[in-house]
Design a protein around this ligand. Structure first.
Ligand SMILES: [Zn+2]
Length: 315
């Protein structure tokens, strides 16, 4: 393979959250050059947020030594039909041409992806799934989402819903979901769903860490054992459905639910048991980047990281 000059650029990643906006400048070797955090101040409205993000990006550009590629991580997604942002928890951005306005303000192109895709990208490039070619990143937190990374890039899909396993149906007559349908994965595997189920079975209102320590303490009642068995069954079904279609090289888990240790042994076995293959060894890995996945994932968006073999970057 002929060696061509590296075309690596510095990269800026922005993680837009409901209360804070974080920005990072990565150098050519992916080292952190500058990292900065500012409040979102949603109450000041759309124009103000666009202005504040533009200002943060300009500050990071000033700290760079050359051209920068810019990526933004935000909950929600750009509608392929309207080009407007939808489903963001920074609600004043919804229904607005956020990407266009930001690009107009900055005079350069920006890439934008949702938090689950950025999570998958960050873990695939810098975290637990580093070195795996095709990765399914899972977020099990307040909601359930996912992102697919193929050969180092996000697989967006025709409808820009690639990886959205949280609203695929696990039980057709099951729990009612906010999306209007029944039995979505999210209504079984999100943190609130698991707490609600514990409450139904035991009449106790506990957070997930307390529930898990109750199970670990050896004081597990029949109801507690049932909670865990149902959880493992649902986890096994939901993830094996994805593996049967995607057959990723690794699955990486994030979000609060991913801190539950039994997912990585008993949960793993339950997933493998349901995979349509005589042999299954797909690793299920715990995230390594935590809350930083948004900003690192954003910095990886479409930016062609240096290939292992030292070839040029791709776009
Ligand atoms: Zn749903």
């Amino acid at each position: 393979m002929p060696t061509r000059p590296h075309l690596i650029m510095q990269r800026i990643g922005i993680d837009l959250g409901g209360t804070k906006i974080e920005g990072i400048l990565l150098g050519e070797d992916s080292e952190v050059v500058v990292r900065r955090r500012i409040p979102t101040l949603q109450e000041e409205g759309y124009e103000a947020i666009v202005g504040r993000i533009s200002g943060l990006i300009r500050d990071l550009q000033k700290a760079s030594t050359g051209g920068c590629r810019i990526g933004i991580c935000t909950p929600g997604s750009i509608s392929p039909r309207s080009g407007f942002l939808r489903n963001s928890n920074t609600v004043c951005l919804n229904g607005m041409p956020f990407k266009d306005d930001l690009e107009a303000s900055l005079g350069v192109e920006v890439k934008m992806e949702n938090d689950a895709n950025c999570f998958a990208l960050a873990e695939a490039h810098f975290g637990a799934a580093r070195g795996f070619q095709n990765v399914f990143g899972v977020i099990m937190g307040t909601g359930v989402g996912g992102g697919i990374v193929l050969d180092g890039k996000v697989h967006q899909g025709r409808l820009l819903i690639g990886g959205e396993w949280g609203h695929s149906t696990l039980h057709p007559q099951g729990n009612l979901c906010f999306c209007g349908r029944r039995g979505c994965v999210e209504t079984y595997l999100s943190g609130p769903a698991l707490q609600r189920r514990w409450n139904e079975l035991t009449a106790e209102r506990l957070g997930l860490p307390e529930i898990v320590s109750r199970l670990d303490s050896g004081l597990a009642t029949g109801a507690a054992r049932r909670w865990k068995a149902e959880f493992l069954t649902n986890f096994g079904l939901a993830l094996s459905n994805v593996i049967n279609i995607l057959d990723p090289d690794a699955v990486v888990l994030g979000g609060g639910v991913s801190n539950i240790r039994f997912l990585y042994d008993e949960g793993l076995r339950e997933v493998h048991r349901n995979v349509f293959s005589d042999f299954a060894d797909t690793p299920i890995l715990r995230h390594q980047l935590g809350d930083s996945s948004g900003v690192f994932g954003a910095a990886c968006l479409g930016h062609g990281l240096r290939e292992e073999a030292g070839q040029d970057v791709s776009e």
